[in-house]
Design a protein around this ligand. Structure first.
Ligand SMILES: Nc1ncnc2c1ncn2[C@@H]1O[C@H](COP(=O)(O)OP(=O)(O)OP(=O)(O)O)[C@@H](O)[C@H]1O
Length: 261
């Protein structure tokens, strides 16, 4: 099925100083087509590693990962990735950055440019096609990264704290932009953040991870519906209780780093 992610019993170890470091311990999670799922958990618990596994950048030591019912054996165009740093090519214009992937995949330049202009307009960058990355603010660069990730129409977007480096106001605008784009495309999104309010605005479902070795320890399904207003969401019934529950879960796990059991 398109946009479906299945991570089953995945364990991953990295080489440590003296012994292998178990980063993920029998992690399982499933995302349905079009779902927006946020991973929350203490620093170092393996959130980015889960994205890297689903992206196909690293293989698991054991367990299986499949997307669209096919085993993941490497990166592929059905899975886009957005990082905290926008990683644009500094020597290419905005338009050439956004069309780079499709052009490499053989899409004719005029067709790639037409699609890129559509996406640049959607992310509020019409008129900036010929600018270079150094002429853009951090938020504008991240808009370019969003347009670039969405242009090939991926089934799945993997987002690793994409707004973590932005100021509070820009961050809110980017969250609204992302939610609108997600609602209109139906792309499945797996999103990593440390920000509980960001998770509450964006997600259908929040998965809470334990301290390392990472496991999924809890799941919160958000009852706020599709239509969310970032200014008034906090007044929704249940918001304060859900936020408190999530903060408690995340803080409990984070404290295990400070006071390991
Ligand atoms: N390539 C690697 N080689 C060795 N260790 C690694 C590698 N990548 C990640 N790690 C270790 O694996 C653990 C999990 O890293 P990961 O980046 O997935 O955590 P995270 O939950 O995303 O953290 P943060 O929230 O701080 O970004 C960390 O202890 C990290 O040092």
């Amino acid at each position: 099925m398109s946009g479906h992610i299945n991570v089953s019993d995945v364990t991953l170890k990295f080489a440590g100083k003296t012994a292998p470091l178990t980063v993920l311990d029998q992690v399982s999670l499933t995302l349905s087509h079009g779902e927006f799922v946020v991973l929350l958990g203490p620093s170092g618990c393996g959130k980015s590693t889960i994205l890297n596994l689903v992206a196909g950048f690293v293989p698991p030591d054991s367990g299986t990962i499949s997307c669209n019912d096919r085993p993941v054996s490497g990166p592929g165009p059905s899975r886009g990735m957005v990082f905290q740093q926008p990683t644009l090519f500094p020597w290419l214009t905005v338009l050439d950055n956004v069309t780079f992937g499709p052009r490499m995949a053989g899409v004719p330049r005029p067709e790639a440019a037409r699609m890129a202009r559509e996406w640049l307009e959607r992310v509020g960058l019409a008129g900036f096609e010929q600018h270079f990355p150094w002429q853009l603010s951090g938020g504008m660069k991240q808009r370019v990264a969003l347009a670039r990730a969405w242009l090939p129409n991926p089934d799945i977007l993997l987002m690793d704290e994409p707004f973590g480096a932005l100021d509070a106001q820009t961050r809110i605008m980017m969250q609204e932009l992302l939610r609108d784009a997600w609602l209109s495309t139906g792309t499945t999104v797996l999103f990593v953040t440390h920000d509980v309010e960001e998770a509450l605005f964006l997600a259908d479902r929040i998965l809470i991870m334990s301290a390392r070795p990472g496991k999924i320890v809890d799941e919160v399904v958000l009852p706020f519906g599709q239509s969310r207003d970032i200014e008034t969401l906090a007044q929704s019934p249940g918001y304060a209780d859900i936020k408190q529950r999530i903060l408690h879960l995340v803080r409990t796990e984070a404290k295990k780093y400070i006071n390991p059991i």
